[in-house]
Design a protein around this ligand. Structure first.
Ligand code: UTP
Length: 313
């Protein structure tokens, strides 16, 4: 059985959809409640057994390195204040058994190009790619589910979910045949088709476990008119030579690369956050009742009073 020990986090995009917040700070550092998106992604990777985290960074992304680095000043101040709990919280951001490596993408020439920047570090092993702006919840965590499928079938695996037809143009969309309830043998994949041209209603969420042969296909691609190299056409090219599977993960995706998805994640995570859930639930309930009097008396987070508006995860 093949193991997966390395994960690539491409974080070198220009983040136009969150300007001005992302003018000087990367979107991967946007917090959902009290944790940046990139930390949720790293925790998911570690839960899947990943021990080498490879960040493909670009201009203005230094703060990501700082986040996973030791901070003597912060720890010193917290210790001096006797706040051992916070010292441990800060230290737990990067467990000692995990190594962080950084490689720079000099120009934002597309996701495929960013992945190519990590080729030397991958060194011929199967590896995961995690796009941190897709925040995925699942139990077990989604990447762990995928590593299980990868090891079982010895094939590259793409995380997919069903989407509404009007959303086709914001996904890579696959075609293929179901092997079982959740595993699809992929026959083609297209990047952001029009709803009419979409071959199915299964779109790729930002998680991949790939064989290292992807690099040959990335290198052989002719850059698009804007100079970018995308990952989707390289995966399509891979299909000529080898099997690629899509896996309908068990869990929920929040597209935190969009304002709406980011807000949805913030609300759902707040309704499950031990420190704020009760007060936030009560506030949100009052807020909704004042604008929608038909909202009932039960809490929104699905507590004892009723099923709630938001599903438990
Ligand atoms: P996006 O398509 O979300 O682009 O990239 P973006 O620049 O990050 O954001 P918007 O759309 O302008 O708001 C998908 C992923 O690929 C990475 C991004 O950091 C993101 O994780 N990426 C994209 C790179 O690392 N390098 C690139 O050249 C392009």
């Amino acid at each position: 059985m093949l193991g997966v020990h390395k994960a690539v986090f491409p974080v070198a995009g220009i983040d136009t959809r969150f300007l001005p917040a992302t003018k000087a700070s990367p979107k991967e550092m946007l917090p959902v409640i009290d944790k940046p998106l990139i930390q949720y992604a790293v925790e998911e990777a570690i839960a899947a057994g990943i021990t080498e985290l490879i960040f493909v960074t670009g201009r203005g992304k230094r703060v990501i390195e700082d986040h996973f680095d030791k901070s003597y000043e912060v720890e010193h101040v917290l210790r001096a204040r006797g706040n051992q709990k916070l010292v441990e919280l800060v230290q737990s951001i990067k467990p000692p058994e995990v190594e962080c490596v950084y490689v720079r993408q000099a120009e934002p020439l597309g996701l495929g190009h960013a992945v190519l920047c990590a080729e030397k570090l991958i060194d011929g092993e199967p590896f995961a790619i995690i796009l941190a702006d897709d925040l995925l919840t699942g139990q077990p965590p989604v990447l762990a589910q995928m590593v299980h499928i990868f090891s079982h079938y010895d094939s590259s695996v793409l995380a997919v979910e069903e989407f509404a037809s009007h959303e086709a143009s914001s996904h890579g969309v696959i075609d293929g045949r179901h092997w079982d309830e959740r595993v699809i043998n992929v026959s083609s994949i297209v990047e952001k088709p029009t709803p009419e041209a979409a071959p199915s209603s299964f779109g790729v969420a930002g998680r991949y476990v790939l064989m290292p042969s992807i690099f040959e296909h990335l290198r052989a691609l002719v850059p698009a008119g804007n100079g970018e190299i995308q990952l989707t056409p390289a995966i399509h090219s891979m299909l000529k030579d080898e099997q690629v599977l899509a896996y309908e993960f068990v869990g929920k995706r929040y597209d935190c690369g969009t304002k709406l998805g980011y807000l949805q994640a913030t609300v759902d995570f707040a309704l499950r956050h031990a420190e704020v859930q009760d007060a936030f639930d009560a506030w949100l309930h009052d807020r909704l009742r004042s604008s929608h009097p038909s909202v009932g008396e039960s809490g929104l987070s699905g507590g004892q009073a009723g099923p709630g508006i938001f599903p438990p995860h």
